[in-house]
Design a protein around this ligand. Structure first.
Ligand SMILES: Nc1ncnc2c1ncn2[C@@H]1O[C@H](COP(=O)(O)OP(=O)(O)O)[C@@H](O)[C@H]1O
Ligand SMILES: Nc1nc2c(ncn2[C@H]2C[C@H](O)[C@@H](COP(=O)(O)O)O2)c(=O)[nH]1
Length: 249
């Protein structure tokens, strides 16, 4: 797999490789941000190990990590949309989805600081659409009208930002393993999160990323993320070596 990775990373996306630096002001500061040489997105179920992988790569000076903005989903002027959607999905799932898609579109549009070559992004607007939105609708939590409107928001937001990736890393994980990890992590909003939800979200990931039910947004590698941490750290090191080589490309 690593030979495949070095091959696909040899030709970063045209925009990044030929970009005349498009400095963009970071919203929160006056820092000038630039188009990254490589954009890598990490996909995987809840508890599959995305954050752990991102924390590992945050040590790399030329990698900039862009996290899902879960904190903002949990505090929109005091409203915890994530908790509301878990507690009353039929009432609040659509509201959460519209806000999740908005924050992810911002992440796609975000440049990287001077010196960063690789933008390592947690999930994407595409998994919000093809995994979570799809699952909410299939679970009966969204009306057909809500589903259609959210899909239209996705199409528009995905089309006005560069939401493609040079590489998608799918952390394929057994749902039971995810459930054990989510219980162990103890995120308040996820208290009582049922195994069935993780099994359903796993199926949405597999249908999208492996069975081609919905479009891909970049070349993909699959890591068996059910493995223990030492085994995953070995995988991360191999991935880092390939990204490092490609980033210098
Ligand atoms: N390979 C692994 N083996 C055992 N525990 C793990 C592994 N990867 C992550 N964890 C733990 O599982 C929990 C969820 O991991 P996290 O990285 O937060 O997942 P995600 O960001 O995909 O939801 C955390 O408590 C983390 O320490
Ligand atoms: N309804 C949605 N929930 C989402 C979406 N993306 C993430 N999430 C939830 C799942 C977790 O409870 C939490 C953070 O996810 P991690 O996998 O990082 O633990 O947010 C979404 O698009 N819609």
């Amino acid at each position: 797999m690593w030979r495949f990775l070095s091959r696909i990373l040899k030709t970063p996306s045209k925009e990044a490789a030929t970009a005349t630096e498009l400095p963009r002001q970071a919203e929160e500061s006056s820092e000038v941000l630039h188009t990254p040489r490589l954009t890598v997105c990490i996909e995987g179920n809840i508890g599959s190990g995305k954050t752990t992988l991102l924390e590992y790569f945050s040590q790399y000076p030329d990698v900039e990590v862009v996290r899902e903005d879960v904190d903002s989903w949990c505090n929109v002027d005091g409203h915890n949309l994530l908790q509301m959607a878990y507690q009353e999905p039929a009432r609040w799932a659509h509201l959460l989805q519209t806000y999740v898609q908005l924050t992810l579109a911002k992440n796609h549009a975000r440049g990287v600081s001077e010196g960063s070559k690789v933008k390592l992004m947690e999930r994407s607007i595409h998994s919000a659409r093809y995994v979570f939105l799809e699952n909410q609708y299939r679970s009966g939590h969204l009306s057909h009208a809500e589903y259609l409107v959210a899909c239209e928001w996705y199409r528009q937001l995905a089309s006005i930002t560069d939401s493609q990736a040079d590489l998608v890393v799918y952390l394929q994980t057994d749902p039971k393993t995810c459930h054990e990890r989510v219980v162990g992590r103890g995120r308040p909003e996820e208290a009582g999160l049922p195994l069935r939800l993780l099994q359903d979200l796993h199926k949405r990931h597999e249908e999208w990323l492996l069975e081609g039910r919905f479009p891909a947004y970049g070349p993909m590698i699959v890591l068996n993320a059910s493995a223990d941490l030492p085994a995953m750290l070995r995988e991360y090191r191999a991935l880092g070596a390939n990204l490092g080589a490609a980033g210098k490309g």
